[in-house]
Design a protein around this ligand. Structure first.
Ligand code: ZN
Length: 349
């Protein structure tokens, strides 16, 4: 057994006189041998309490999943999203690996919808932007290492919610798709159906009260009722759903308008939510006062495009939200909006 250098090296003579000293020495030797085996480097153990060049646990606190990418389309995500709800530091901002927690990405695709939801390693795409958004959406997914979509939801069959979805379905394996009960006859919608069919993606039409386990979250579908009297008002046929993760609730409205909102208000579901994906791009056809009061969100995200002249988001909707003290994010001004939750704390842009 090689002699160990150590603090016991300068022990006085006759050290073995007492059994106690013997025991101490033996314990020290055992400790050193164990340390040597673990460290593989006695020098750093002896002299460097912090083995700064050790191969373990020195990685910088890299943001959980914001990396990358070379594509020009990559979003401007703030790496150090600040905890907004709990003033206490709680878990460190970036310690959660990409595989855990819930993330809601609202992509900047103009007056159109495309949301990427990630929860504990599972992925979901809600709507697929306009046709010309295909490259942007793919770049966004690729930059985050998304290789498959466990779920795809097309809230309703308007082009600004499914334009690129057929190409996304063809480019990524999709586990299951959810469609509105309302069909359409447009070419874009037919192309989506063809893509789902060609790729053998199972398709469901969810009904209110249906639930889905998505990572550690629970999704509850709230609307539309299959026999709703929305007629040809396709926006009102939007799939509306609530996602609960830990203590947080997220409400996704698609383009649902006031008629769907009032059916929801009269319905059996608790609509309260921390975060509201505002219906119909902030148009005044949606987000009516009584509905907003029922949801009582603290944060709202609006998918809109300033360049469009349709008056969206509507000043009326903005002021209704402001009066309720809701912090508003909008994709035309904020770019891609990413909100995360670890179940306890919300991390905001
Ligand atoms: Zn829309």
């Amino acid at each position: 057994m090689p002699k160990k250098r150590g603090r016991d090296g300068d022990a006085p003579r006759a050290p073995f006189a007492s059994p106690l000293v013997c025991a101490v020495l033996f314990a020290a030797l055992l400790f050193l041998v164990t340390a040597l085996a673990l460290e593989g480097d006695l020098g750093s153990f002896l002299y460097g309490m912090a083995p700064t060049d050790a191969p373990v646990s020195t990685q910088a606190p890299v943001p959980a999943e914001t990396l990358p990418a070379s594509s020009g389309a990559v979003p401007t995500e703030t790496p150090e999203a600040s905890p907004a709800l709990s003033p206490s530091p709680g878990p460190s901002d970036e310690q959660a690996p990409a595989e855990t927690g819930f993330q809601m990405h609202v992509l900047r695709v103009g007056k159109a919808d495309c949301l990427l939801l990630c929860c504990d390693g599972q992925t979901m795409l809600v709507d697929g932007g306009n046709t010309e958004d295909e490259d942007y959406i793919k770049a966004y997914l690729d930059a985050r290492g998304i290789e498959r979509l466990d779920y795809v939801i097309n809230t309703h069959p308007h082009e600004d919610h499914l334009g690129a979805l057929d190409q996304i379905v063809r480019a990524y394996p999709v586990g299951q798709a959810f469609l509105s009960p309302k069909t359409h006859t447009t070419r874009h919608y037919e192309q989506l159906l063809d893509a789902l069919d060609d790729c053998n993606v199972p398709v469901s039409i969810p009904e209110p009260g249906d639930t889905l386990a998505f990572g550690g979250s629970t999704i509850t579908f709230l609307s539309p009722e299959p026999d709703a009297d929305f007629g040809e008002e396709i926006n009102n046929w939007s799939i509306v759903f609530l996602l609960e993760y830990g203590r947080h609730r997220f409400l996704f409205m698609g383009d649902a308008e006031s008629k769907a909102e009032s059916a929801l208000r009269d319905g059996p579901f608790d609509l309260s939510a921390d975060v509201l994906k505002v219906g119909h791009h902030g148009s005044n056809t949606s987000s009516k006062q009584r509905f907003l009061e029922k949801v009582s969100p603290r944060y709202a995200v609006i998918t809109c495009d300033k360049e469009e002249e349709k008056g969206e988001p509507s000043d009326k909707v903005l002021s209704r939200l402001q009066e309720l003290d809701v912090k508003i994010y909008r994709t035309d001004e904020d770019g891609d909006v990413v909100i995360r939750s670890d179940g306890q704390t919300l991390f905001l842009p």
